[in-house]
Design a protein around this ligand. Structure first.
Ligand code: HEM
Ligand SMILES: [Cu+2]
Length: 561
């Protein structure tokens, strides 16, 4: 029987099916993160020349398994949990069609297992991008299709739940910002999954032998309609998580909800076009198409992220100043709750996503300077900054709130939880930087052996490239340790953590003041956020310098005189 309980921390009404679905998705997500993380470590230890762990066959298989499990299964299962949280829980309402939601979950699980089975069999080593004419076994594509159909159905359950909330008037005014962010993510997800279907269904038929030919350029164009958009689903979701954590831990509300909402809107409007940045070196596509889509269109999506990048720390600064941390420019930041893993994950995610992921993304997305790093290890360096330091770390952060609020358990090892975001964050920051460094020196992407020992022409890789790959391995170990600390602590808490009844919840609240303190926010007039302005100035300076340096590099690649 489905029913509601009232959350002792927030006063929200929590519907039992929504709660159970959030738990199921979160747990399965974490299992795939653990599996995919181990594969990631295998990849990094192979690319460390002094270790060179796996043989070539196994390396590419493990690389395929790594990308698929973490980028698709970990992230998307977790995102579905966020959708249920942002609809049913935040809007105080029942879930529209719980049976269908469960069926979708089962489809996703079956699909994910089937794809993994196909990869492990060894005849689907096509990397997660599965570019034709490389051919995987039919089960690989079928697994991805089932997974995607499940995710699509979950998105529709989310939309239907919004309608239920509206009809049954379970909230007042417009939906909360976090829900708005989740709506953005879900809308983009529908486009993403549709692109996936358009390309993966024919490819599946091709691998079954019913279709004779798939055009490889067309494949890439449509595949990246999915591949890139899914990254924007991730960004929309993790930005929503930033706002959620800032609100829950500090009572921070955005400086202007309108501005934050329009920033989400920019994602919906401009982002699919930006997927052209994956095709910049593709022959057969015109330069004007590439340049239009990757500059004018892409910059508007980037603008969205930059607005959030100002708005989130601004909200935190304002909340901290209201609390009395008003000395100097940065007291609010120094005295932030750095020991709270939800907060530290969120802030590290914000900083690394912006500085490491954001700046390099714009540089890579520029047609001319893209050529310097195309298909080098710089590319995985960049996207580990976005999707691991950014999205994954943010999701880890909110788990520390989901465990007490939804699983109703205390965190089993709070000390470990305190350190975990730093371990993982520094590890991932390291692998991002060193992969980018190695890529700048010319180390190729997805290559088993940077010495090219079996190639007919010899290749001179500078010594620093070997150093970079070694450091990458060391920081991969650190990230692996941080990942392990997360998985063990969360699984342990869910199974063995102290139960949180009303009394425990009162004694150890995880949500700031039940969110009540923010209600009067607007009346205080304009709040100055000088610290945030300094941070933004540093960001732009770094941005401009790095952009300039890359054009300079380019001029050295092709000396004209
Ligand atoms: C312990 C943490 C991790 C480590 C040490 C790690 C390391 C690596 C390394 C070394 C590569 C290979 C780059 C190459 O040879 O081209 C790679 C690829 C990749 N990683 Fe990770 N990674 C980690 C976590 C993650 C997470 C959490 C995600 C996604 C959320 C992710 C997504 C990817 C993707 C999509 C690829 C590309 C696969 C391909 O080129 O087919 N990684 N990772
Ligand atoms: Cu992209």
């Amino acid at each position: 029987m489905a029913n509601f309980r009232t959350c002792p921390d927030t006063g929200l009404k929590v519907y039992s099916h929504a709660e159970a679905l959030i738990k199921a998705h979160a747990v399965v997500a974490i299992v795939f993160l653990a599996v995919g993380g181990v594969f990631g470590l295998g990849v990094a230890l192979t690319r460390w020349p002094a270790v060179h762990l796996l043989d070539p066959e196994l390396f590419y298989l493990v690389l395929t398994a790594h990308g698929t499990n973490v980028l698709l299964f970990w992230i998307i299962f977790f995102e579905m949990a966020i959708l249920y949280f942002a609809s049913a829980v935040l809007l105080n309402c029942r879930l529209a069609v719980p049976k269908i939601a469960w069926a979708a979950f089962v489809l996703m699980v079956v699909g994910a297992i089937l794809a993994n089975y196909a990869i492990m069999q060894g005849d689907s080593t096509v990397m997660f991008t599965s570019y034709v004419p490389m051919k995987a076994s039919p089960n690989f594509y079928l697994g991805l299709i089932l997974f995607a159909v499940g995710a699509l159905i979950s998105c529709f359950v989310f939309f239907a739940t919004l309608v239920v909330a509206k009809n049954e008037k379970t909230y007042e005014g417009s939906v909360p910002l976090v829900t708005f962010g989740a709506i953005t993510a879900a809308i983009i997800a529908v486009f993403t999954i549709a692109s996936g279907a358009v390309i993966l269904i024919p490819t599946w038929l091709w691998s079954l032998g019913f279709v004779s030919h798939i055009d490889s350029v067309m494949y890439r164009v449509i595949w990246w309609g999915m591949g890139h958009s899914s990254q924007q689903v991730n960004v929309a979701a993790h930005v929503a998580v930033w706002y959620a954590i800032a609100a829950m831990v500090l009572g921070a509300k955005p400086l202007s909800e309108k501005v934050s909402r329009s920033a989400f809107l920019l994602y919906i409007l401009f982002l699919q076009l930006a997927s052209a940045h994956h095709l910049l070196v593709e022959p057969g596509i015109s330069s004007s198409w590439k340049i239009f889509n990757t500059s004018y269109a892409m910059y508007l999506a980037v603008l969205g992220s930059m607005i959030h990048g100002l708005s989130v720390p601004g909200a935190i600064e304002a909340a901290q100043r209201r609390r009395g941390f008003t000395h100097g420019v940065f007291e609010w930041l120094r005295k932030a709750p750095w020991g709270n893993p939800a907060f530290s994950s969120m802030f590290l995610s914000l900083v690394m996503f912006g500085f490491l992921g954001g700046i390099t993304g714009v540089v890579m997305g520029t047609e001319q300077i893209n050529l310097i790093i195309h298909n080098t290890l710089y590319v995985p360096g960049h996207f580990h900054a976005t999707v691991v330091a950014g999205t994954t770390l943010a999701f880890m952060g909110i788990t520390y709130l989901v465990v007490p609020l939804i699983f109703r358990r205390e965190i089993l090892m709070p000390k470990l939880a305190k350190w975990q975001p730093y371990l993982f964050g520094i590890g991932v920051g390291g692998i991002s930087l060193f992969m980018m460094g190695a890529g700048t020196l010319g180390v190729p992407r997805r290559h088993w052996d940077i010495t090219f020992s079996d190639a007919p022409l010899s290749v001179d890789m500078p010594g620093t490239a070997f150093l970079m790959m070694g450091l990458n391995g060391v920081f991969a170990l650190l990230a692996g340790l941080g990942g392990l600390a997360y998985v063990v602590n969360i699984v342990g808490s869910v199974l063995f953590g102290k139960r949180r009844d009303e009394k425990v919840a009162k004694a150890n609240p995880v949500v700031f003041d039940g969110g009540a303190a923010v209600a009067h926010y607007g009346a205080e007039g304009t709040i100055k956020v000088p610290g945030t302005m300094v941070l933004v100035a540093i960001f732009f300076t770094a941005f401009v310098l790095y952009y300039y340096v890359n054009w300079k590099f380019l001029s050295e690649v092709w000396p004209l005189s």
